[in-house]
Design a protein around this ligand. Structure first.
Ligand SMILES: [Zn+2]
Length: 331
């Protein structure tokens, strides 16, 4: 039985009422280039409200591990989750970079139980990269995924869940060195995956979905070859169902290393990265990535809204996928 059946119907219904969607919101005028014509409020997901959480993070400033900005961001995340009725747990750990001293880090996790045994992880990193000589505020790379998940928390608040859901806000996604390597970066997700393997919860993970860099005003979602074929199909079908197939760019698939990678390495087969890895131009990673230019003028509420709607629809698709897999096992 699908608890979300009525929600799917409602979102499909609202597509038929597109004329009632408000025009592009003020945020696009002040925060975006206007290249993305998607309305900022549609299908239940409130991109404008999500964008407010993005702006609040940017105003905090740099949010690298063990910084005052990181602590303030955690307070924001905890407060928003609790406001939406999600129990919150902090996961503290000590990360050891390849060079330099150990660093205290904290993942923040919102947890709710669902009807099925399976667990679905939705993750985003809230840390920003520490770049020498640059005041890096990560409007897209850091704030966007976090803001999107906070709005998902509010979207899911009013309904029973078909499976357990953990909303995971990862610390330490960014490397201390230039690039993410096997032992630098992904600290929060590496720690959570290892803990879940140790206590047995990893076996319950039916899907691990990461959102990162999802507010680029020029939205162009990647096809990630490190994501599972089944979840890539669910994402594509979901985009088609809500009329957003053109958001996914199949012309230049790439292999994304992000917070889903440690779970994949530990045997979780169903992983998915939802990411626009062409920031500021239609090339990867794009000229704005990891620069001071990653600020409010490059992102839009409309893009957040599009990816938010797509993610909610993808969760329905994951539920259908699980039900179908169970039926196939029973036959
Ligand atoms: Zn980054």
């Amino acid at each position: 039985m699908s608890h979300w059946g009525s929600v799917v119907a409602a979102s499909l219904l609202s597509l038929g009422c597109g004329a009632q969607d408000p025009p592009v919101q003020a945020h696009d005028a002040e925060g975006g280039s206007g290249r993305n014509p998607t309305p900022a409020v549609a299908g239940g997901f409130d991109g404008t409200r999500a964008f407010e959480d993005l702006v609040d993070q940017v105003r905090i400033g740099p949010r690298h591990p063990h910084s005052p900005g990181a602590e303030r961001t955690r307070e924001l995340i905890r407060q928003r989750l609790r406001q939406a009725g999600w129990p919150v747990r902090d996961q503290e750990f000590v990360a050891q970079p390849p060079t330099g001293p150990a660093v205290a880090m904290t993942n923040v996790i919102g947890l709710r139980k669902g009807e099925r045994e399976e667990l679905v992880l939705l993750g985003a990193h809230y840390d920003t990269k520490q770049i020498p000589g640059v005041r890096f505020v990560g409007a897209n790379d850091g704030a966007s995924g976090t803001a999107l998940l906070l709005e998902v928390a509010r979207q899911l608040a009013a309904q029973p869940l078909p499976f357990d859901v953990w909303l995971v806000f990862f610390d330490g996604e960014e490397a201390f060195g230039k690039d993410i390597t096997r032992d630098d970066g992904l600290y929060g997700s590496r720690f959570l995956a290892s803990q879940m393997e140790a206590d047995g919860t990893l076996e319950r993970v039916a899907a691990m979905i990461v959102v990162d860099m999802v507010a680029d005003a020029d939205l162009n979602l990647a096809v990630d070859l490190n994501s599972s074929p089944a979840l890539r199909r669910v994402l594509r079908d979901s985009a088609e169902r809500i009329g957003m197939a053109s958001l996914i760019d199949a012309s230049a698939p790439l292999r994304v290393t992000d917070d889903h990678t440690p779970f994949l390495r530990r045997g979780v087969t169903e992983v998915l990265a939802v990411i626009d890895f062409q920031y500021g131009a239609r090339s990867s990673p794009g000229p704005v990535w990891h620069t001071s230019g990653d600020d409010l003028d490059k992102v839009s509420a409309g893009s957040l809204n599009s990816v938010g709607r797509l993610l909610v629809e993808t969760l329905h698709g994951v539920e259908r996928h699980l039900v179908e897999a169970e039926r196939a096992r029973d036959r």
